[in-house]
Design a protein around this ligand. Structure first.
Ligand SMILES: C[S@@+](CC[C@H](N)C(=O)[O-])C[C@H]1O[C@@H](n2cnc3c(N)ncnc32)[C@H](O)[C@@H]1O
Length: 200
């Protein structure tokens, strides 16, 4: 454990006001989240798992403590794994791969490897959902993004370029995470397909 937020109870408490806000674009565009098999990469302590109760769900995270906490809370649907080297047991294919607030923890090579794995793991017609903060030009959201424990926060054009180098982006939506009237983070939501652009 290297950072206070690596404690799963603290991470859950810190994120509580924002879980629903982060998933709002996805829920609005896909009412009822009608996915059958969901892979949640960088799942943390299972914070997004409850909204996929109706689906076959698998969460993956690098942090063993998070995975232990997620299993204790939600059941045995979580494995320790590295997003930059995804090696899942069995022959899994998912119609939804969710990458929520992970990319700013990964360098460009790791993101590239994740997108290559996603190509292998996505079922035909499936969708990759990426939700992440970006570094705006100024203000509190910029300072918070740059102060994040994730060491690779990116400006929006960089993030977009990185994803579109390996996928076709079907949808991009900007939104904010706020506490009352105060905007804390500027966020982007992408939906992408992995079929059309050859991975580098
Ligand atoms: C900001 S948290 C996001 C957690 C959760 N997805 C959410 O929406 O709140 C980032 C997560 O990415 C995980 N992580 C960082 N690097 C990773 C890697 N290489 N492979 C898998 N998970 C990683 C961290 O342990 C942490 O749980």
């Amino acid at each position: 454990m290297k950072h206070p937020l690596d404690r799963s109870w603290l991470y859950r408490a810190w994120q509580a006001p924002f879980v629903a806000q982060k998933l709002a674009p996805m829920r609005r565009r896909h009412p009822g989240l009608p996915f059958r098999r969901v892979l949640d990469v960088g799942c943390g302590p299972g914070i997004n798992a409850p909204v996929f109760r109706h689906a076959e769900y698998l969460g993956v995270d690098l942090e063993e403590g998070y995975i232990r906490a997620a299993r204790a809370r939600h059941g045995n649907y979580f494995v320790v794994g590295d997003a930059g080297n995804l090696d899942l047991p069995g022959d899994h294919r998912f119609d939804c791969i969710l990458v929520n607030s992970l990319l700013h923890h990964l360098d460009n090579d790791q993101v590239g490897r994740l997108l290559t794995s996603a190509r292998r793991l996505l079922a035909a017609g499936g969708t990759l959902f990426v939700i992440d903060l970006y570094v705006p030009d100024s203000g509190l959201p910029r300072r918070l993004a740059l102060a994040d424990r994730g060491r690779f926060p990116r400006a929006l054009p960089q993030l977009r370029r990185l994803i579109s180098s390996a996928c076709t982006i079907d949808c991009e939506e900007l939104f904010r995470l706020h506490l009352g009237p105060l905007t804390l983070w500027k966020m982007v939501y992408f939906e992408a397909r992995l079929g059309d652009v050859p991975c580098a």
